[in-house]
Design a protein around this ligand. Structure first.
Ligand code: ATP
Ligand code: MG
Length: 250
């Protein structure tokens, strides 16, 4: 791995790229994942690369939803696995969610590599690929009968819009993490976290540690009051505001 000096102004961003390139070399991350990450980076840039209020609101609703769920599942692909493996382990424990490997660019070997990779970080991983989500053409339809198939709430970071739609048709609540507030995924999900996954998941772990002691009623209120369209609109407005500010300073 290329050593990035800690003092480099783009240290965090460059480290993420290095991790993903390493992920490709290990056969964990798909080449297409690099392109998807680039799109995410661009949106992060025009959001000022920080967690905004609308993201915190969505993260709180997402945690409440997962704590209230009977069978919450965190869906992991090759990007998520290399970017935040420790945090996935912590979040799954904090909210009591199963972790399942689910990828767009499917081969049994790749699924197995992602599983093995995550297990090094103490994640218990479902990857039986023994069930199918009807109505979906892509390999994303292949799921685990103990996981996504029977889940009531699914956290799908860096998702494609199609599967999001099918998960909803199967009656599941969908939480997306997607830096692009305009994507189909963002608009299809019940809760959309417009934030970088490397900031979102650690913050959700902190929230879960506190919120797991709250009563059900309080958690239900948070979910009931949450309005995803409003959150997405705020994200788009924030981009506009931020760009105006930058323009004024030029
Ligand atoms: P649609 O949702 O409109 O169908 P898509 O899913 O085909 O679009 P992709 O580029 O395949 O688009 O999806 C990847 C999404 O993940 C992008 O919208 C990108 O903004 C987002 N993304 C990539 N890296 C990160 C990251 N580190 N944190 C949060 N979101 C990210
Ligand atoms: Mg998408």
């Amino acid at each position: 791995m290329t050593e990035i000096p800690k003092t480099h102004p783009r240290y965090l961003s460059l480290t993420m790229r290095e991790r993903l390139v390493e992920g490709v070399k290990l056969g964990v991350t798909a080449m297409q994942g690099l392109i998807a990450h680039g799109r995410g980076e661009a949106f992060d840039y025009i959001l000022g690369e920080k967690t905004r209020d609308f993201a915190i609101k969505a993260e709180r609703a997402a945690v409440a939803m997962m704590l209230l769920a009977r069978h919450p599942v965190i869906s992991v692909n090759g990007n998520v696995a290399v970017l935040v493996p420790e945090d996935i382990a912590r979040l799954s424990k904090a909210v009591g969610a199963r972790v399942e490997v689910n990828v767009f660019h499917y081969t049994p070997e790749r699924v197995e590599r992602i599983k093995k990779y995550l297990e090094q970080f103490d994640v218990e991983v479902l990857a039986a690929c023994d069930a199918v989500l009807e109505g979906l053409e892509s390999a994303r339809r292949i799921v685990d009968s103990r996981g996504i198939l029977i889940a009531d709430v699914v956290l799908v970071p860096l998702e494609d819009g199609d599967r999001c739609e099918i998960l909803k048709k199967h009656g599941k609540k969908v939480i997306a993490i997607d830096l692009n507030p305009l994507s189909r995924t963002s608009r299809m999900a019940d809760v959309t976290i417009v934030d970088n996954i490397v900031r979102a998941i650690p913050r959700m772990v902190e929230m879960a540690d506190e919120m797991k002691n709250w009563g059900m009623k309080r958690l239900e209120e948070i979910v009931a009051e949450y309005d995803n369209s409003e959150v997405l609109a705020e994200a788009v407005r924030e981009i506009k505001r931020y760009l105006e500010k930058v323009a004024d300073e030029l």
